[in-house]
Design a protein around this ligand. Structure first.
Ligand code: NAD
Length: 341
């Protein structure tokens, strides 16, 4: 059974990917320092999977610790590298914290497994596109100057990976997946997104408002050049996103795949903030208290991905719709309210 190191495997996307890896016959090995997750997610995964996944608690910035990981886990066939800090606003306030964590962890990992034939999946982001000139945005679109230190870590990490492959020195194959906006939760409602403090993303804010943790939700601007005036994003169910990682590993297992490639991972459809609110109310029967506020600085007006390449080359596409995303996010919010971790 191919062993896949899943860094950040107790986080939001990582935990869902662990489930899909096991469903697809892989053996995931989770590495997480719990800086933005909870060790009880391991118990939740055990409930879903019927057995406890392998777990190493480790900060990947600790070079000696990563070397020890190599001794403990020498036979790794693939790495899915989720571990990173991801809060855009915090990265503006504390850029060094972001550059340190997101680069040290990546470089330690790459150095340590450098001589091994490893299939490496990197968590990139549609933030690399900024406000694209053309929609839907394709992988060939020019990468805009990053809007935040967080976005910059994704752009530079892609460059690091490309340079490493171009040097010919390593035995890696690399796929960077540019995620659009992951939302929703596993159908069991046993795992989902665990935002720390005030959620930065729309859907956790929606569910926390509906459950009464937040008084109301503010829609940041209804005067954008979009059909209903609110911002548009490409929301993707986290389970569909998790399956894209399995597809990426399968592609790299083919001898014909060499080097480095990048794929958009979204639905190919844009949904506005007001449409999300509507879908939430429709699929859950809950009424949301929302107000229209001013635009939020730094928000891109609209972005959604062209997923032709991921459909044709990766052989992957999304299956779950917006209503399923909302209903599953709501089921998770209710579960966590009744069963705090
Ligand atoms: P998350 O914070 O839920 O998961 C990241 C996990 O990595 C956490 O469990 C955290 O404890 C762990 N981690 C962080 N630094 C670490 C370190 N130095 N050593 C070991 N573990 C460490 O985030 P997520 O939403 O699951 O995102 C996963 C990846 O996807 C990140 O790289 C993120 O930048 C990227 N991404 C996320 C989104 C999104 O909207 N969620 C969008 C695009 C890209």
């Amino acid at each position: 059974m191919a062993k896949i190191l899943v860094t950040g495997g107790l986080g939001f996307i990582g935990s869902h990917t662990v489930v899909e890896l096991i469903n697809a016959g892989y053996e995931p090995v989770i590495v997480d320092d719990l800086s933005n997750s909870n060790v009880k997610i391991l118990d939740q995964l055990t409930k879903i999977l019927g057995r406890k996944p392998i777990f190493h608690q480790l900060d990947l910035c600790d070079e000696a610790g990563v070397k020890q990981l190599l001794s403990a886990e020498p036979d790794i066939d693939g790495i899915i590298h989720f571990a990173a800090f991801k809060a855009v606003g915090e990265s503006v306030e504390f850029p060094l914290k972001y550059y340190r964590n997101n680069f040290y962890s990546l470089i330690n990992l790459l150095n340590t497994y450098y001589s091994k034939p490893v299939n490496f999946v990197f968590s990139s982001s549609c933030t690399v596109y900024g406000q694209p000139d053309q929609l839907p945005v394709t992988e060939n679109a020019s990468v805009k100057p990053a809007e935040s230190p967080y976005g910059n870590t994704k752009q530079i990490a892609e460059e690091i990976l490309k340079d490493m492959i171009a040097s010919g020195g390593s035995r890696y194959k690399v796929i960077a997946l540019r995620y659009f906006n992951p939302v929703g939760a596993h159908e069991s409602a046993l795992i989902g997104e665990l935002p720390v403090g005030v959620p930065q993303n729309l859907v956790p804010f929606v569910t926390q408002t509906a459950i009464g943790k937040r008084e109301k939700i503010t829609v940041f601007g209804n005067d954008y050049h979009t059909p209903d005036g609110s911002c548009i994003r490409d929301y993707i169910h986290v389970v569909d996103l998790a399956k894209a990682h399995v597809a990426a590993l399968k592609l790299m297992e083919q001898e014909s795949f060499t080097g480095y490639d990048v794929f958009n991972i979204g639905t190919g459809k844009g949904t506005s903030v007001l449409e999300i609110i509507d879908a939430f109310e429709r699929s859950t029967g809950e009424k949301l208290n929302f107000v229209i506020g001013p635009r939020r600085p730094g928000d891109v007006e609209q972005v959604w991905g062209d997923v032709t390449k991921s459909t044709n080359v990766l052989g992957w596409k999304t299956e779950l719709d917006i209503d399923t995303m909302m209903a599953s996010a709501w089921a998770w919010e209710k579960y966590i309210a009744n069963n705090p971790l």
